[in-house]
Design a protein around this ligand. Structure first.
Ligand code: MG
Length: 438
């Protein structure tokens, strides 16, 4: 099994991800890169331990380290881009409290792409990292990535209207940035769970609808225009409308994609094959084109760079604004959504109601032989998109069959104009896998 997953290394702290591993991972990035390397972490209890080990590893391999303290992942990435330095984030993003993770960042602010992670893993496994002589060991300075990030976002949007916004940072790293961004945009801000706390006492770091009852209620009680919640490292943002209703992440992705295509008079939008058809509908209607990738934010960013895309993102609240940063950015998402509300003069529920609606079903099924299924899918559906499994398009929906790389399962996604159609397509997916495994 590989150490690096879709978003770097993840695992339960001190069991699957230890201080020793963090030390070696610090050495790995310092072997791949020269010059200074910036490191930040989220609010998790194990983050200081792991960050200290990463910093030690970087210095032991002869690079100078920059300790940025606690910061959202996009704040570190923005710093990396502006200072042209590589970076490391210690975070498990949306995973439960016992987890942590280590993710590498390029000098352009993007996450390491797949092939770079593979090279890192090779150095990690072979332990062929650089070891500096006693007098060539690196030094360390502290710096701040919060203020430049907050001010860049606040300056990128100007609002005519005064909005009332409730923000739920889930006790994560966004507590240091999003309330301040909103204040600088002259919003009336109500913060819940905006005190950093690595025990995550209020809710799980993943901002799924069932975790956001308090936010929904607060939006109604305070008669707010918008509610927003982040995951633990605030690269994702999910929203609640002025009626206290959760907004589907796919619909928000479609809305912002459409807005960017309209603003640019066309252009390419990049999203994984798992995203709703509503994104493609909205983008096409605005005169743009969708390019599908495999699942995972690094590959979305990579293809955005290659295709010079105007916008990109995932259907989980991860939106990418390429003129700002080639990475998901929760703080920028809030600012841009408010910018669109201001520009259009419409409420968020009105804007979202203009996005076509679909019903999506997701599930998984046992799949012992990944290669066989992939080969079979290519033969059976040569016309499908094979970026990640097979996405098969129908007039009124689509079906994605995606064998997992790490578990003996295949994921099935089915989407239709009606719930009934989605169920039919899902059943179709089950029978295709069964046939391919026979
Ligand atoms: Mg995250």
């Amino acid at each position: 099994m590989s150490l690096f997953g879709t978003n770097g290394v993840r695992g339960i702290a001190n069991e699957e991800l230890t201080a020793e591993m963090a030390l070696d991972l610090g050495r790995v990035i310092a072997t791949l890169k020269s010059g200074r390397i910036a490191v930040a972490c989220d609010t998790r209890i194990s983050s200081f331990m792991l960050k200290s080990a990463v910093l030690a590893g970087i210095m032991s391999a002869g690079c100078d380290a920059i300790d940025l303290g606690i910061a959202p992942t996009p704040a570190l990435q923005f710093y990396a881009k502006n200072k042209r330095v590589a970076g490391v984030v210690v975070t498990a993003s949306h995973n439960p409290r016992e987890y942590n993770g280590i993710k590498f960042v390029q000098e352009n602010g993007a996450e390491f792409f797949r092939e770079m992670d593979m090279e890192s893993e090779r150095i990690y496994n072979s332990k062929t990292f650089r070891v500096a002589k006693w007098n060539e060991v690196g030094s360390m300075v502290r710096d701040d990535c919060i203020e430049p990030y907050v001010s860049a976002i606040a300056e990128s949007v100007s609002l005519e209207r005064k909005f009332r916004v409730v923000v739920d940072c889930g006790n994560g790293a966004g507590s240091f940035t999003t309330p301040e961004i909103l204040k600088r945009l002259d919003c009336e801000v109500y913060g819940i769970n905006c005190n950093p706390d690595g025990r995550f006492p209020a809710r799980n770091p993943e901002p799924v609808e069932s975790e956001l009852e308090l936010l929904k209620k607060a939006v109604v009680d305070f008669r707010a225009d918008l509610g927003v919640a982040h995951d633990g490292d605030a690269d994702r943002a999910v929203f609640v409308n002025e009626k206290g209703e959760f907004i589907s992440e796919d619909a928000m992705l479609a809305l912002m994609a459409k807005h960017y295509v309209e603003k640019n008079g066309g252009g390419i939008v990049v999203t994984p094959v798992s995203s709703s058809r509503c994104v493609e509908d909205a983008v096409r209607e605005a005169g743009g084109e969708v390019v599908y990738t495999a699942v995972g934010s690094p590959v979305v960013a990579k293809v955005m760079l290659e295709k010079k895309a105007v916008f990109g993102g995932e259907g989980n609240g991860g939106l990418i604004f390429p003129e700002h940063l080639l990475a998901r950015d929760g703080g920028m998402s809030v600012a841009k959504v408010l910018g669109l509300m201001d520009e259009s003069g419409k409420r968020i529920s009105e804007l979202i109601s203009e996005i076509p609606r679909y019903y999506m079903l997701k599930g998984k099924v046992a799949c012992r032989d990944k290669e066989k299924v992939i080969k079979g899918l290519r033969e059976l559906f040569p016309e499908a998109n094979h970026a990640d499994g097979a996405r098969i398009e129908f007039e009124d929906g689509w079906l994605l069959i995606r064998p997992s790389g790490t578990e003996p399962i295949a994921r099935i996604y089915a989407e239709g104009k009606t719930k009934k159609r989605a169920e039919e397509l899902y059943k179709e997916g089950l029978s295709i896998i069964k046939k391919l495994l026979d």
